[in-house]
Design a protein around this ligand. Structure first.
Ligand code: ADP
Length: 345
């Protein structure tokens, strides 16, 4: 049984449609990321799941029970859903232990034991329990917020851009730690983010939201390598998109003849490659090479090359791992690894 099912969710504000026909399933113990540009409707969807907003249409079903379905509506505090907002939203006038134990019932001793166990779970030193929230780092505050949400033993955990206030290194480490502890606690979770790297690395199911609709839902690698359309492809990472003519599993394009991932498609189409599928090597001095580097933008690990293809004079831009020796005027050859993906349509 799914932990959560969304069926045909719709929502408008002042007759402007913010969500339309959103369907989504979240399996038990799994991690879903909803990713999309700012204003695409992610937070509204999360708030509908949590019970802070009522959908205009559709159904929210939690562990088989309807939470919102047109006729009835279960309020947020009765849903058993944990919510970690962007800034952690800790109570400033409670200590760390007070925050974590806020919703716990039982004797003082029971509560203390439970708080200690929760602090161990989110890898916070128990000695931090006596501190005030403002005395903690951003990453520690997020762990406290998570521990507080976990204390209610939620059926589902919602995370609204919880790592966005942290700096890059801490963000990756906190994300990994949170993913691991949610897996250990076997709590299904939904993370909302505008950061595609965060979505791809956190989740086992990624849902791409655009203009209030889910453009595509699936495992991260599937979405990255086989996006449904160009906007989804470019949103999820660097992409080289080319016009091509298809014939029996091959595409003729400015890069020459390259293999594609669908043998049955014929005729004109748009295809894509990820940068890591394109290997660039310097041509032997005597050879002209497949392309000439017209300009190069070095940015440390990655460089952006502008190339002019020798045969067609077509210009393309490729991101590649920086290599000493490739410079403007260099003749290069391109080797394609794997297959290009064909967009539907
Ligand atoms: P995201 O989380 O993807 O940035 P939101 O769900 O916050 O997107 O917002 C989607 C759209 O809905 C935006 O255009 C926003 O202005 C609008 N919106 C969100 N909440 C309200 C509200 N309470 N009243 C009116 N418009 C809203």
């Amino acid at each position: 049984m799914s932990t959560l099912q969304l069926q045909g969710i719709g929502k408008s504000y002042n007759s402007v449609k913010v969500l339309e026909h959103v369907d989504l399933q979240v399996a038990q113990g799994s991690r879903t990321a909803i990713v999309g540009p700012s204003g695409s409707g992610k937070t509204t969807l999360l708030r509908i799941i949590a019970g802070f907003e009522i959908p205009d249409s559709g159904q929210v079903i939690l562990q088989g029970l309807p939470m919102a379905n047109g006729s009835g509506w279960v309020p947020a505090h009765l849903r058993g859903i944990g919510f970690v907002p962007q800034d952690g939203a800790l109570f400033p006038h409670f200590t760390v232990a007070g925050n974590i134990g806020f919703g716990l019932k039982g004797s003082k001793r029971d509560k203390q034991q439970r708080v200690d166990a929760l602090m161990d779970m989110v890898a916070l030193d128990r000695r931090l329990g006596a501190l005030w929230p403002h005395e903690l780092s951003g990453g520690q505050q997020q762990r406290v917020a998570l521990a507080r949400a976990l204390s209610q033993q939620p059926k589902l955990m919602l995370l609204d851009e919880p790592f966005s206030a942290l700096d890059t290194g801490l963000r990756a480490a906190t994300r990994k730690a949170v993913a691991e502890l949610l897996a250990e606690a076997r709590v299904a979770s939904i993370l909302v983010t505008h950061d595609q790297t965060e979505a791809l690395s956190f989740a086992d199911q990624v849902a791409v939201m655009r203009n209030g609709r889910l453009a595509q839902v699936g495992p991260p690698q599937d979405l990255y390598l086989r996006p449904v359309d160009e906007p989804t492809a470019t949103f999820l990472g660097e992409t080289l998109v080319l016009s091509a003519k298809l014939e029996q599993g091959w595409a003729d394009c400015v890069l020459g003849r390259i293999a594609v991932d669908d043998r049955h498609r014929q005729g004109p189409a748009r295809i894509m490659l990820r940068p890591e599928q394109i290997q660039i090597s310097l041509s032997e001095p005597a050879q002209q090479g497949q392309a000439v580097v017209t300009s190069i933008d070095f940015a440390g690990f990655v460089s952006t090359l502008n190339l002019r293809m020798s045969g067609s004079d077509a210009a393309i831009e490729i991101k590649t791992v920086s290599r000493e020796g490739i410079r403007a005027g260099s003749h290069v050859s391109l080797n394609i690894i794997g297959q290009a993906h064909i967009f539907a349509g």
